[in-house]
Ligand binder design. Structure first.
Ligand code: ADP
Length: 488
């Protein structure tokens, strides 16, 4: 990570430095070349001007003289070079057309260092002007003409020392300011790129946080350029990913709940089938045993009487079981329509109580009712089934001379219906199991009373169909209280 960080900064700074260097180099070459060209032109102009002045002066002097012989002209030219002080500005020498020195005037006392002097004089003798620069001195050779004849060769030694000095100073200045500008550029570049790369790394960290799922650690960069837009895009992307992940999690949880439910249902179904098989087998075995015995001892009237009575009992049990199993599996499988009607709860409960009174008395029990006059809409058939089952259990699991208490009252928008008994009670660890199909706390007692453990499972299903809840509170040997709550 750090390596990359250095990499980007290094690249950006190197790029800026190279750019600056190229600009400075280009500019200095351009300016220095301009200066050089100007200086060369200026020197050339000065030399030609000097030569023209000399030629003009020579021509004026010659025309005022009557003796026009070549020698005389040369003498004149020789003299001319010293006569006028302004001709002495630039050290000059004069040669005849054979290349021999006639006269010379040197102010700086330096030796002529031009190695091509002879060749250039010859060039001038041929009528052409030439010059060459040797060690800050321009050596200039030009023919001097009078009446279209070359009468002498003028040599000028023009010092460009000051020009060179000026040029070198400018060069030095460019070097110093160039270095300074470069250093300044790099420093400013470092500061600028530090802030730029800092924002880039912030975004890089944001991307890493998105990868790790740390969506709360995404930082927004406050910039009005493409990086700012990129940062906004990152945040939008992160929000969308977070939302999608949340949705996926919810879907996964729902799916996992559904799978758990399916597994539980599958297990329950298997248990249910195995229980059904077992419960059905027991009465069938009894019936089969009695029929076998009756077949063998068909003369034993007591046996026949006992057998037929037990076979009849087992048949009733089987019928009740078949009804319950069918009801339960039908409730499980089909979404039965609830037929709700407006009913008087007191009327229904009174009817049930008077119907069950015979059984209650037969078991030496007493019944107390505390029923409010409530009008509600409910599925009457379901309600009857629920209450009958609960009263039936309160009878079955009661103690001799015990009592049953039925109450119904209204609380806000709910109806609370309770069936309480003073019976054997239910152990605490069995309380949440009694609503499971085929569960019996004491199977032998249930058996005696004809129960198969399907009553409460059916009651619970019916209560749930009416969108109600059922709860039980119980104390061993003291009694149980079943409470049902319905919306009014
Ligand atoms: P059963 O047909 O065996 O009565 P239920 O589903 O009605 O089946 O009840 C399941 C079990 O719950 C019963 O076997 C019994 O042990 C217990 N039980 C139900 N009601 C009571 C009650 N009022 N008092 C004590 N135990 C009860």
């Amino acid at each position: 990570m750090n390596f990359l960080k250095i990499g980007i900064k290094f690249k950006l700074i190197t790029f800026t430095a190279s750019l600056l260097l190229t600009v400075i180099l280009f500019l200095s070459i351009l300016v220095l070349n301009g200066i050089k060209n100007y200086q060369n032109k200026e020197a050339e102009a000065a030399l030609f001007k000097q030569k023209d002045m000399f030629e003009q002066y020579f021509s004026e002097r010659s025309s005022s003289n009557n003796n026009n012989s070549v020698d005389n002209n040369i003498q004149l030219a020789r003299g001319s070079i010293f006569n006028k002080p302004w001709l002495r500005n630039i050290p000059a020498s004069l040669y005849n057309t054979k290349g021999e020195l006639l006269s010379g005037f040197k102010t700086d006392g330096k030796l002529n260092e031009n190695k091509d002097k002879e060749f250039m004089i010859q060039y001038a003798i041929d009528g052409k002007v030439s010059y060459v620069k040797v060690n800050d001195v321009i050596y200039f050779y030009s023919p001097i003409k009078y009446k279209n004849n070359i009468v002498a060769i003028l040599e000028l030694e023009y010092s460009v020392k000051e020009n060179s000095l000026f040029y070198n100073n400018i060069k030095k200045m460019f070097l110093i300011t160039g270095c300074f500008a470069l250093a300044l550029g790099i420093i400013l570049g470092i500061f600028y790129f530090l802030t730029l790369t800092r924002d880039i790394y912030k975004m890089k960290n944001s991307v890493e946080n998105i990868q790790k799922g740390n969506f709360d650690k995404i930082e927004q960069i406050d910039r009005n350029d493409e990086l700012g837009e990129l940062s906004k895009g990152l945040i939008f992307m992160s929000d969308t990913i977070e939302k999608n992940i949340e949705e996926l999690k919810i879907e996964r949880d729902t799916l996992s709940v559904a799978v758990d439910k399916l597994e539980k249902m599958d297990k329950q179904q298997k248990e249910f089938i195995s229980n059904v098989t077992h419960e059905f087998k027991t009465p069938i075995t009894t019936i089969k045993a009695y029929t076998d015995l009756i077949e063998i001892y068909n003369k034993d009237l007591d046996l026949i009487e006992e057998g037929t009575s037990n076979i009849s009992k087992e048949c009733d049990r089987l019928t009740a079981m078949v009804d319950s199993v069918l009801n339960l599996s039908a409730l499980e499988k089909y979404d039965f329509e609830i037929h709700k009607n407006e009913v008087n709860l007191k009327e229904i409960l009174d009817q049930i109580c008077s119907r069950m009174m015979g059984k209650i008395k037969k078991n030496n029990l007493t019944l107390e009712c505390d029923i409010e006059d409530i009008i509600t809409t409910t599925d009457e058939e379901n309600l009857r089934h629920i209450v009958i089952n609960l009263i039936d259990n309160a009878i079955k699991y009661n103690k001799p001379n015990g009592s049953i208490h039925i109450s119904s009252h209204r609380s806000e928008d709910k109806i609370i219906l309770t069936v309480e008994d003073t019976g054997i009670g239910i152990a605490e660890d069995a309380l949440d199991k009694i609503f499971e199909p085929f569960y019996r706390v004491e199977s032998h007692r249930s058996r005696e009373t004809g129960g198969v453990g399907l009553g409460l499972a059916l009651v619970k299903k019916l209560v749930e169909k009416q969108r109600g809840t059922i709860n039980v509170a119980s104390k061993l040997k003291e009694g149980s209280k079943f409470s049902i709550e319905f919306s009014i």
